[in-house]
Design a protein around this ligand. Structure first.
Ligand SMILES: [Zn+2]
Length: 173
């Protein structure tokens, strides 16, 4: 008999609700379920491995307790706590919803300045992004999300994300 450990199990088997909840700490005041296992980079989002693939714990929670996430949609937090995986604190949103949510919660203080700076830049003619995309990318960069993950989330090339990260000018749509 071999002892394989919890990490082995999560890598090869989809977790049940009970197994999933064994990884959270419930915060009494807020009702948040804070993920106690791996967090992604410094962004604070919980992650788990499902069949060898890293999955956002909040996304997994949404699918486990609520419903499947339609392609292209994000799982957002009403509690603004990236560690939280309480399905009652999660809602589906588009990039644009996430943006409005971030604004309303004051997470994007330098937005207007940033947008102006990019408008004035000498942008390569073949690269256009919307203001919303720019805001979203800057927000994700600020949360220290990995460049490759941002590229995937935003459906942009990693070189585009690198350029934005390095402050190279972009033309806004
Ligand atoms: Zn929460």
């Amino acid at each position: 008999m071999y002892f394989l450990g919890a990490d082995f199990l999560t890598q090869y088997f989809v977790m049940t609700e009970v197994q999933f909840k064994a990884n959270v700490l419930i915060v009494e005041d807020s009702g948040c379920w804070e993920w106690q296992k791996a967090l992604r980079g410094n962004s604070g989002y919980g992650t788990l491995k499902i069949k060898g693939k890293m999955v956002g714990a909040h996304r997994y929670s949404y699918e486990l307790f609520k419903s499947l996430i339609p392609p292209g949609l994000l799982v957002c937090h009403t509690c603004d706590n990236p560690k939280c995986v309480n399905p009652e604190h999660l809602f589906l949103g588009s990039n644009s919803d996430n943006m409005k949510d971030a604004f309303s919660k004051g997470r994007l203080p330098h937005l207007k300045t940033a947008a102006r700076k990019f408008e004035k830049g000498r942008a390569p003619h073949n690269r256009k992004i919307t203001v919303e995309q720019l805001i979203q990318i800057r927000n994700l960069l600020k949360q220290k999300m990995q460049l490759a993950d941002i590229a995937t989330t935003m459906h942009l090339s990693i070189s585009a994300i690198k350029d934005i990260s390095a402050g190279r000018p972009y033309r806004l749509e």
